[in-house]
Design a protein. Structure first.
Length: 290
């Protein structure tokens, strides 16, 4: 019997944790606030921001949105971003991506206070993912995958896990998080020779390559856990993942749908990270300055 790993169930559980943390913060006179920072009007960034703002507001969390014209000068943007970063009323910052080419993303990330970095972009937080530090704020999509595995009680110690996709924001940090849980991890990408061979003996397959129907029947052994992080669209505009869902579903023990799986909890994970960040800020923490 295959279990469908529903993102909404994980989101509901995390929402309860967030509500408890929010109540505790307010008892101490702290009202957590997140700043959304966006440059330009790219559709994907606008859509993600709208979904995140809606989720935060539903959870009762204060939001503030900072929008900049696509042609804003680097100097003007960095000056304002520094002000947001240093505002003590702001506990978390989400910088919507991508940013225009004339804005040095590396420079912006280096300016950000790592304990306000709720999407885990800063070098300090990336480093803490490597070492498995408990006070890390990791990239939100890998964190969402780990939350799904935890919620559905998927043991990782000693298990063979294949991660397909090696981006800096998903595949690489996810691989490190899995290793920190004592899994044996194989990391692949779209150019991996004989991807079928690298997947078919895996206990867990996680695909984040952004290629429709990349993972099919031949890749998946009986009883495997399959988590699909991919976002692709058919010619009719229907959202699908990297996995040929119908072809592999009945072979798996657990599988995430697209939509309704990992993507359904990412904004809730951001809110969860805001509560973590707020907690970290109760104690003085050193961070890199310009």
């Amino acid at each position: 019997m295959t279990t469908i790993m529903e993102g909404k169930k994980v989101a509901a559980y995390l929402s309860g944790e967030i509500a408890d943390a929010l109540a505790e913060s307010r008892k101490h006179g702290i009202n957590p606030k997140v700043a959304f920072v966006r440059i330009g009007e790219l559709t994907d960034a606008v859509s993600y921001e709208n979904a995140a703002v809606k989720r935060f507001e539903k959870l009762g969390i204060e939001t503030e949105q900072y929008h900049f014209a696509g042609d804003v000068s680097a100097k003007a943007f960095l000056t304002k971003f520094r002000e947001i970063n240093e505002d003590y009323s702001v506990n978390g910052i989400l910088l919507l991506q991508p940013v225009p080419k004339h804005i040095d993303m590396k420079r912006v990330v280096e300016l950000m206070n790592p304990i306000k970095d709720i999407d885990g972009m800063t070098p300090i937080n990336m480093g803490k993912v490597l070492t498995g530090e408990p006070d890390r704020l990791e990239p939100c999509t890998p964190a969402a995958v780990m939350e799904i595995l935890k919620f559905y009680e998927i043991g990782l110690k000693g298990r063979n896990v294949t991660v397909v996709g090696a981006s800096a924001v998903v595949g690489k940090p996810l691989t490190l998080s899995l290793i920190n849980k004592e899994a044996t991890v194989t990391t692949c990408n779209l150019y991996t020779d004989d991807l079928v061979d690298k997947c078919r003996n895996a206990d867990v397959i996680i695909s984040a390559a952004g290629a429709r129907n990349l993972i099919g029947d031949a890749h998946v052994k009986k009883g495997a856990v399959v988590i699909d992080v991919g976002i692709n669209f058919t010619e009719e505009g229907r959202m699908v993942g990297d996995v040929d869902y119908e072809a592999v579903k009945d072979k798996t023990s657990y599988i995430t749908p697209v939509p309704g799986g990992v993507g359904a909890i990412t904004t809730t994970v951001l809110a969860y990270h805001l509560m973590m960040a707020t907690d970290f800020q109760k104690e003085p923490v050193l961070f890199l300055e310009d």
